[in-house]
Design a protein. Structure first.
Length: 289
């Protein structure tokens, strides 16, 4: 439909030029003119597609940074349109209205089932491909004075997924296996045997989930955050975990597992959480842009 509209918008000008070209006596001149027509049409389409891409990215920014946290938004730069930082606030009203009307209860039930589905720790064929670079910590230009439009329907899949205990436990078990592999592959089998899933053996509330070690033998206190969504998906963190990250600067590590049900990958950072991502002081939700 988009291509049809673009072509139909371009066609009148081409048709008019054909009438002019028809009056020319030289066939070579007419061929050159028709080539010019094609170049004009392609340039028009290319410009329109670029504008359309910006609009889609604008819509993604609205969905990501407002109340509608969709399943399709959070990913890396290659998995879809990257949300713009300087989105147009007027689009929020349109997006809010469209989502309220278009998102059906059937979709909501399917999405809820997906984030609450019991999870098991998958073992990848090659742990060496699991670790990736963390997202860049960036500031985006927005419109803080935008009106807040409230809707009776709010689908916060990130919050719902965070309450999935089986997903969190499966992520922690995955990290235990990963840490043991990391130490054994480096020739530190004795340290690998000491890796402990403390959230399971000692209980939750320590501020971290897995006790591991650096190759020097220094404690590595690992807090695990797991999602089935993409790399830049926000996550929730407790005040206790934030406090530990600030008091144990050299020991605290946050491991962020993403794409967990499909093809698990992780990135990590050390020290205070708020040095690596934006932290909401009310909800304690962390995000990267």
């Amino acid at each position: 439909m988009v291509w049809c509209n673009l072509i139909s918008d371009t066609f009148p000008s081409i048709q008019m030029r054909r009438q002019i070209a028809g009056t020319m006596s030289s066939s070579s001149t007419r061929r050159q003119y028709r080539l010019a027509e094609v170049a004009l049409a392609l340039a028009t389409i290319r410009k329109s597609v670029a504008e359309l891409t910006d609009k889609v990215a604008d819509y993604c920014a609205q969905i990501k940074q407002r109340e509608f946290r969709g399943l399709w938004v959070y990913g890396d730069d290659t998995s879809g349109y990257k949300p713009l930082g300087n989105y147009q606030d007027l689009l929020y009203k349109v997006v809010a209205d469209r989502l309220k009307v278009k998102v059906s209860d059937l979709f909501d039930r399917a999405a809820l089932a997906a984030v609450q589905m019991p999870a098991a720790a998958p073992l990848p064929a090659d742990f060496a491909k699991v670790l990736v670079e963390p997202p860049k910590f960036s500031y985006s230009a927005g419109e803080p004075t935008a009106p807040k439009i409230r809707s009776a329907v709010k689908r916060d899949y990130i919050d719902r997924e965070a309450r999935n205990a089986s997903l969190g436990q499966a992520g922690e078990e995955f990290v235990v296996h990963y840490e043991r592999w990391r130490l054994i592959s480096g020739g530190y089998e004795r340290l690998a045997n000491k890796v402990e899933h403390v959230a399971k053996t000692q209980g939750d509330g320590l501020g971290y989930d897995v006790l591991s070690f650096d190759t020097t033998g220094k404690h590595r206190l690992i807090e695990v955050k797991t999602t089935s969504f993409g790399k830049e998906t926000p996550f929730f963190i407790t005040r206790n975990e934030v406090d530990l990250s600030r008091s144990e600067v050299d020991h605290f590590h946050l491991y962020r597992l993403f794409d967990f049900r499909k093809e698990p990958h992780l990135f990590s950072f050390r020290g205070p959480v708020d040095k690596h991502c934006h932290l909401d002081p009310i909800t304690f939700q962390a995000h990267f842009s």
